[in-house]
Ligand binder design. Sequence first.
Ligand code: FES
Length: 111
Amino acid sequence: MANLTIDGTTYTVADGLRLTNAIEAQGIDILHRCGGNARCTTCKVVFNSGEPASMTAAEKSKLEDKGDLGEYRLSCQIACSGDMDVTGYMTMTSSGLDDPGPALSDEPPSA
Ligand code: FES
């Protein structure tokens, strides 16, 4: 199991669960508009601690393209592991959109 802290509240979540889905499972309507393909960046999160050292090639490429490498991570590309503390996400409610995006599988891409 992994410990996921969101805005100061810690939840126990399954190891390896896609971070976007773990956040959504806590009742937070985080956006994932491109369906987990590292294209939209609406699933972004800011890591306060526990940021994974590795990154998928798709995530790295997108963050480099936007000039945002080191600013935030794409939760759709990350598996829950260990102790993670995140904030800074975008929600359907705060955006005014009527759909967070297509449902994502529970496993993030591995490379
Ligand atoms: S980049 Fe679009 S859902 Fe993650």
